[in-house]
Design a protein. Sequence first.
Length: 313
Amino acid sequence: MDVSSEKTNKWVVLSYFLIPTVMLIVGYLLFPYPPSSFARQLSFVPLFLGLIFLGVGFFYWKKNTASWLKIIGWGMFSFFWGTMPSFLYFSEGGDVFNAAVCIIGVYVLLYVAYHEWLSIKRNDHVSCLNWIAGGTFLAGIIYFTIENGIIPGLRDWFIETVAAQTCDVLHLFGVNVSQTHDLIIYNNIPITIIFACTAIQSMVLFVGMIGALPRASLKRKALGLLATVVPIYFLNLIRNAGVVYMVGSGMTSFEMAHNVIGKTGSLLALILLLFITFKIVPELYDEIIGIIDLPKRKGPVELFFRRLVGKKP
């Protein structure tokens, strides 16, 4: 390796650690908790611009240009998440886990951008990078458009529909509950259905993962979505009903019912549905393995870590 190449690699490694760190610091300083209405709206700029750049990069046919577009997209999308750790921590009552995942996520997203740069440098464009950009675009545009009320009334309608159908499930089992908008009351104990209780995150995740597959036929994509999105929706109604029943009947606390029992059940269901999806669209498995195998490309960042742990480059 020549001196200029070694120097470039050092700058790449330094940039990889420095850029996301600066993003997190700037995000914390510019978007303190609680965020003002203006700050909240301002954060939408890197969010939606980042998603748009990822989407254009996903569809664009010239690979090097597409990679540059996706690098810009990942950078903006990462900066949006760099503004969120304090919000996630304080708004969730001191939730260290979600804040930590958000911080780590900034570095992970920039790692994907780094591999787009590596693709340009080596003229070696791997399919999984385009897939994850397309999946993020599809899932992100759907989720954040609804979550932020870009389409007026859609978010509230979705929450109230899920609340009403959760009550329907409980009524089927003879449980007498009442509902007012997003509020469900059982034995005088009120439980509010919020946007996260609609399972929209899980549904759009599969929409993005399946919809962005480059080689799967439209028929198998449709089957994959039917096998995941529909079960997720109905299983979520059962989960919500179970939480309302357990809390309202005094069986356990809300934290145990929702955060432990409910989330554990949801995670197991998602893992099962993912394996079912692999049978319908095996291309999804290939793309996920491609993402996992990115470190095997042995770029400057990977070589740095190998030296750090005492392994040969």
